[in-house]
Design a protein around this ligand. Structure first.
Ligand code: SPV
Ligand code: MG
Length: 550
């Protein structure tokens, strides 16, 4: 609900002792832009609305088509919208329907001009356009006023006599008749390059009713001149449609010539700005409130930028994640695992041999600094893909489906990592030893265990590790922001700029974040060397699992 009704707001602009301004808008987004610029009201220009539809300002749009645009504008802004209603789209009866419909959709008022339907724009042979009969036009004004139910709805009568080449007297005669018929204000239009006839009209009019002007032809007139003349409302009637046309022409030409977006990217609005103008954030908020399950869609981010030392013999032409295990690439297996759990929003951060990454149904992000930076850089590249809830994992993992399922469905907390409590195998890397708040007690269904440290040290604070982090992290809710900030902070520090995921987990713990532990007992493996690849083939092929995949 608007605090002040739109019609009231428009009326107070008309009756304010100051000169006020309306800006043309022709769409929801242009209306919102006008509001953000500081305008207090909108001119729903017939010229601009028809132009944005690619048709002439000649009543080629039906009045209901015009109203559809007006309704979108009303919805998009809290400002009063004054419709440039041409001649009222017909006789008095058409105007009555227009007024009622406008009220229904929240329009604040209508301006009608004393020409004949179909009219054409005043700047196209304005002198040749016949004026309406004064009595008939007065009848139309009365009909319009009689059919409004909101007392503040404004009906403005536009005098086209000067445009059509009639003298000042005729313009004054008409204006007075329209005022007497009930018009709330008079719009006096002129196509002269100077404001003289409008000023002469204003002087003779003596503020009998608020005066509205459209200084398109006499745009060089300083605005104080209008203030001094007592003009109530100045309408900047076509600036936004002209701005958008000029912008679109420039950009379309450059894209066509360069066959690229690169030249224009810095001159056009960022997508984020479009989303902001559309109110995308509000929808995210609303989804949280009304459809939390829809919002809680989990994303997957696969870190797959490295070649993998120990696998050089088989990664000459492809990244590790494209290695084939039991007939299918590791990446395809991971995607299948995620999709099987309903996680369809999958991003993979590529680096080494990114071009060889062949993945349908996943989006590829690139870490161009993969050779010189650590995993943090890859994670930073994928940060925007995390949404509100994500599983981040290494691309060389193979695991039984229940591990991901439990991580998605059972584990709770802003951060959850999967830790394998099975005895450490003789083979495999030991960078990710996990020290936790409690060891895995397989007789209990533990949910409250937290990570204390991930380390390659085989003891920490005199204790043995509780297991091995398998390279799978779930992060969600407020955890996403903390993750983002922590990655940024680590990247800023010289000693941690090239760090990996273990340093990140430790930094989170050191800041007091609760990193929950989901214990598993085997049933996974990672591929670090050729022997692992062998094991992976057996694991994926269904042979009795070895090592940590026991
Ligand atoms: C419009 O903006 O459509 C107007 C003003 O009616 S003018 O183009 O000057 O006629
Ligand atoms: Mg118009």
């Amino acid at each position: 609900m608007r605090a002040v009704r739109a019609s009231q707001a428009l009326r107070s602009l008309l009756t304010s002792p100051e000169t006020e301004f309306l800006l043309e808008a022709h769409s929801g987004v242009s209306a919102r832009i006008a509001e953000e610029a500081g305008f207090r009201g909108i001119w729903a220009s017939g010229l601009a609305i028809s132009a944005q539809c690619g048709v002439r300002d000649h009543n080629e749009l039906s009045w209901t088509q015009v109203l559809e645009v007006v309704e979108l504008m009303v919805d998009a802004t809290s400002l009063p919208v004054l419709l440039d209603g041409d001649t009222g789209y017909g006789d008095f009866n058409n105007l009555r329907r227009l007024v009622r419909k406008l009220e229904q959709i929240g329009g604040a008022g209508v301006c009608i001009e004393d020409k004949c339907f179909p009219k054409t724009n005043s700047f196209i042979h304005g002198e040749r356009q016949p004026l309406a009969d004064v009595d008939e036009f007065c009848g139309k004004i009365k009909a319009g006023k009689d059919s409004q139910t909101d007392p503040d709805f404004c009906l403005i009568a536009r005098v086209e006599a000067l445009i059509a080449g009639w003298p000042l007297d005729e313009a004054l005669r008409r204006a007075e008749a329209y005022r007497a018929a009930g018009a709330d204000a008079i719009l006096i239009h002129s196509k002269r390059a100077d404001p003289l006839e409008v000023l002469a009209f204003a002087a003779a009019w003596k503020r009998r009713a608020p005066l509205v002007i459209v200084p398109t032809a006499y745009a060089s007139t300083p605005t104080p001149v209008f203030r001094r003349a007592g003009i109530a409302l100045v309408v900047w009637a076509n600036a936004l449609i002209r701005a958008s046309v000029a912008g679109m022409q420039r950009v379309a030409g450059r894209i066509h010539a360069s066959e690229s977006l690169l030249d224009v990217e810095s001159d056009i609005a960022k997508l984020g700005e479009i989303f902001r103008l559309q109110g995308a954030d509000e929808l995210i908020e609303a989804e949280r409130r009304y459809a939390p399950s829809a919002r809680a869609r989990t994303h997957a981010l696969i870190l797959a930028a490295t070649r993998g030392s120990g696998l050089e013999a088989v990664t000459e032409d492809r990244p590790k994640v494209m290695l084939t295990v039991a007939g299918r690439p590791l990446l395809a297996r991971l995607c299948e695992a995620f999709k099987g759990e309903g996680v369809h929003d999958i991003h993979v951060v590529a680096g080494y041999r990114a071009e060889a990454l062949d993945a349908s149904g996943v989006r590829v992000l690139e870490n161009r600094e993969h050779a010189s930076c650590g995993e943090l850089r890859s994670l930073a590249c994928g940060m925007d893909a995390l949404g509100d809830d994500a599983v981040v994992l290494y691309g060389d993992l193979l695991f039984r489906p229940y591990i991901l399922r439990d991580l998605l469905r059972v584990a709770s907390g802003d951060f959850v990592i999967v830790v394998d409590s099975a005895p450490l195998p003789a083979h495999g890397n030991r960078n990710d030893l996990a020290y936790c708040s409690a060891p895995d007690d397989r007789a209990l269904y533990q949910t409250g265990v937290e990570l204390r440290r991930v380390s390659r040290e085989s003891t920490w604070q005199g204790r043995h590790p509780d297991g091995r982090w398998i390279g799978m992290l779930r992060v969600r809710g407020p955890g996403i922001d903390l993750l983002r900030q922590t990655v940024a902070a680590l990247e800023r520090r010289e000693d941690t700029a090239r760090a990996g995921m273990p340093e990140l987990l430790n930094a989170l713990v050191e800041q007091g974040a609760a990193v929950r532990v989901l214990y598993v007992h085997g049933h996974w493996l990672d591929v670090n060397d050729l022997a692992d690849l062998e094991r992976a083939n057996a694991f994926a092929g269904g042979s009795p699992a070895e090592g940590s995949a026991a």
